[in-house]
Structure formats: C-alpha cells, structure tokens
Design a protein around this ligand. Structure first.
Ligand SMILES: [Zn+2]
Length: 160
C-alpha cells in the first residue's frame, strides 16, 4: 500500500461505461439513504442517471476509485466471486493472495486487475469459472445455486 502511486485510481473517464452519461461524486447517503453502515465508504462515483442507470463505485477518502465502476449485475457477480473465494480459503485450499495470482495468470492480467473489484462485465464470468475449477479440482462440494443466488441485503449493495 505504501508504494502505491498517488492518484492512481483517479477516474480515467468521467463517462458512465454503461450509458455514456456523466459520472459524479455523491455521498453514500445518496445511494443508501439512512441505511449507510458504519465502516462503509463515505463517497461514491455515481452515474448521473442513477437510479435509471445503477452504475457506481466506492471511493476512498481521497476520492480515488476503489475499483472499476459496476452496475447491479456486475456487483452481484463480484459478490458471487467473493463467496467462492471465501469457500476456497475456508477449505484451506489456498490463501486469497494465491487465488488472485491464479486469476492473474489465467486471465493474463496484472495482479492488481485480478482483484475482484477491478473485474469487468467481460471477465467476471471467467473469474467465477476459474474459482469453481479450483474448488472442483480440490473436491470441495458446494451448492452452486445457493452461492450464486441474488441476496440483496444492505451489506451486499454496499459491497466494494
Ligand atoms: Zn450510466
């Protein structure tokens, strides 16, 4: 973290990747009203056509994006990916950092871009397939429907 270049995650585009509208910074309350949970991000980079377009991404205190802007579908896929990663670590197959290395190698992307919050519409399903493969190769049984079910709790909506 200490070696991270400043402003590295400043938005490269002010245009929503989904609808082409302008993106704007908004406080968490704008998205979650009075249900902002403590410890969650205070600011978000939000499509100006929200909620018609539900694309947004959390920012840190310096207004740097924590990942790539996502719509509701991509946020859910990312949540599913995190559930699979949790299953991999809970079964002591490998640590999180090793999982990201596998993803980076298989996708041919940098380690940074292998993190789930940097995934995009084009590669998140490949990432999920990689995670399932790790579990299958280690004979870990799981209920795929349960893991991939939509579960729109407050926490999930605020997931980075
Ligand atoms: Zn949009």
């Amino acid at each position: 973290m200490g070696r991270r270049k400043r402003n590295r995650n400043r938005p490269k585009s002010e245009i929503c990747p989904y609808c082409g509208s302008k993106m704007i910074f908004r406080p968490a309350e704008y998205l979650f009203m009075d249900s902002v949970s403590p410890g969650s991000s205070k600011n978000y980079y939000v499509c100006s056509h929200y909620p018609d377009c539900d694309a947004y991404m959390a920012c840190d205190d310096k207004f740097e994006l924590k990942g790539r802007v996502a719509n509701g579908w991509l946020r859910h896929q990312r949540l599913v990916a995190h559930r699979y990663i949790d299953l991999i670590t809970a079964n002591r197959i490998m640590q999180k950092s090793a999982v990201y290395m596998v993803i980076a190698t298989k996708l041919g992307v940098s380690l940074r871009n292998a993190h789930i919050r940097f995934s995009n519409d084009g590669n998140i399903e490949k990432i999920i397939a990689i995670l399932r493969e790790i579990l299958d190769n280690n004979n870990v049984g799981y209920d795929r429907n349960k893991i991939e079910r939509p579960l729109y709790t407050r926490k999930n909506l605020q997931e980075d």
